[in-house]
Design a protein around this ligand. Structure first.
Ligand code: FRU
Length: 481
């Protein structure tokens, strides 16, 4: 009896596991410790690999970043792998910062930023671009002649390489700050051999409006356009827009591989309208879909999950496409069906009705007339999150209460009002219509989670499905942690 109790206690201490009510069931979260940006998202030997910014030593602070690592066949059933990279070299001793993967010649090449801190000096850090390789998808070896980009004149903020191949050349987009750290920009580098890189162009830069630093830039072709998806810091709030500490958004345009010139055709648009989505990374699946995943959190929040031994998780992976009016649409990847549990409720539903979710998780689909206001609450004993559609104003609001609870944006249903809502222990993702607008926000319920339609908000149809636990919560890092 005593023996089995102590084994249980051992596992409980090391993993932020199923016992913790904020720990997600079908979103990837760290076993324990701190997670931020997705890194090195790729398909290698028929499996998805996702690395991430990881502090194995604390869930309260980002600490000195490592690369955590997980693998999945379907983007939902994730298995944790041992830590892929430690901050153990002179050029990354202050953190193995964000980066990406390129699979070439059966090898996984990982590009990342080595951060070096200089306490009491100005600038107080330097950032080098480095490379590492894996041939088995588990063991990662850093390149002997790192760093591959020193970027002396571009310091101190030069980071987050995203690399791809086009023709027989290699391309890298990097986030940077210029004009004494007052303006952000995305730089394009090219290489004939993956190792020697030259600055080729400035893809886009801030004139002030887009802030002082571009983090985690990604640049790709989709539906005949090129998209620069990035996380600018320093955009000021304007009305309902840009209300988070930092933004993630995109510019859509055309790109000429001869001149390396990106011609922007759209305004800057926010990628998501909730409180907690940052630092996106994309990858193309075997059917040619562009899949985006993001950190489902935000810098400088103090969320109570950290007391449960973990901080941070990834969003549902989403397939994106470009609309005629040059916006990105997002829908959950199709394999979400593999995470779907049994149907627990379905039918025409009167305003005021309440459906209790099993295990505080679920997929809720509602259909309602398009010419009326509509609202529902996702509630627990500790408060509620209200999702509402204002027909007159043509906008959707997520209000999670408290200080700065409201996020809002314009949207009108194309046909019926259709909302798909994914709830997972401490998170809500709302997809409006065909994903023209999404909201991703964390919430921290107490007791059971219920969905309640607002008075007079009748649903022509409401479907509630359970969601399975898909992330393997047994630890890969028990012996190293
Ligand atoms: C974005 C970011 C990146 C950096 C990493 C450090 O969230 O600040 O720019 O590489 O996190 O963890």
């Amino acid at each position: 009896m005593l023996l089995s109790f102590s084994i249980f206690a051992f596992v409980f201490l090391r993993n932020a596991n199923a016992e913790n009510n904020f720990y997600p069931r079908y979103h990837l979260a760290p076993e324990h410790g701190w997670m931020n940006d997705p890194n090195g998202f790729c398909i290698f030997n028929n499996e998805y690999h996702l690395f991430y910014q990881y502090n194995p030593n604390s869930s309260y602070v980002p600490g000195i970043a490592h690369w955590g690592h997980a693998v999945s066949k379907d983007l939902f059933h994730w298995k944790h792998l041992p830590i892929a990279m430690y901050p153990d070299q002179w050029y990354d001793e202050g953190g193995v910062f964000s980066g990406s993967a390129l699979v070439d010649n059966s090898t996984m090449y990982l590009y990342y930023t080595g951060n070096v801190n200089h306490p009491n000096e100005t600038p107080n850090h330097n950032q080098y671009q480095a490379m590492a390789m894996s041939t088995d998808g588990i063991n990662v070896v850093k390149y002997d002649n790192n760093p591959i980009i020193n970027g002396t004149q571009l310091q101190p903020d030069l980071r987050d390489p995203k690399v791809w191949k086009h023709g027989d050349k290699y391309y890298m987009v990097l986030g940077n700050s210029f004009n004494d750290g007052k303006l952000g920009r995305a730089l394009l580098y090219t290489s004939p051999d993956k190792i020697n890189w030259e600055k080729a162009s400035v893809l886009a830069e801030s004139d002030g409006f887009l802030g002082y630093m571009f983090e985690c830039p990604d640049f790709f072709e989709i539906d005949g356009y090129f998209v620069l998806l990035f996380s600018p810091q320093g955009i000021k709030p304007r009305g309902d827009k840009y209300r988070n500490l930092y933004q993630t958004g995109y510019l859509i345009g055309t790109f000429d591989y001869e001149t390396n010139n990106f011609t922007v055709l759209s305004k800057f648009q926010e990628f998501d309208h909730g409180h907690d989505l940052y630092a996106t990374q994309s990858e193309v699946d075997e059917n040619g879909n562009r899949i985006v995943i993001a950190w489902f959190d935000m810098w400088d929040q103090n969320y109570p999950e950290n007391a449960q031994g973990f901080t941070g998780q990834m969003t549902i992976p989403r397939v994106i496409s470009v609309t005629n009016d040059l916006r990105l649409k997002q829908t959950p990847v199709q394999s979400i069906s593999l995470a779907r549990g049994r149907n627990t409720y379905s039918g025409r539903t009167k305003g005021g009705a309440v459906v209790v979710l099993e295990d505080n998780v679920g997929e809720v689909v509602v259909k309602a007339p398009r010419y009326r206001d509509f609202a529902l609450f996702i509630e627990s004993d500790s408060g509620s999150v209200k999702l509402s559609y204002d027909f007159k104003k043509g906008r959707v609001t997520l209000d999670r209460g408290g200080n700065d609870g409201v996020r809002r944006t314009s949207w009108r249903p194309q046909g019926k009002l259709v909302w798909k809502i994914y709830i997972d222990s401490s998170s809500i993702e709302l997809f409006c219509g065909e994903g023209e607008v999404t909201f991703s926000s964390r919430f921290f319920p107490t007791g059971s989670v219920r969905v309640r339609l607002a008075p007079h908000s009748d649903a022509e149809e409401m479907i509630v499905n359970g969601m399975k636990r898909t992330v393997d919560i047994t630890s890969a890092n028990e012996t190293t942690g």
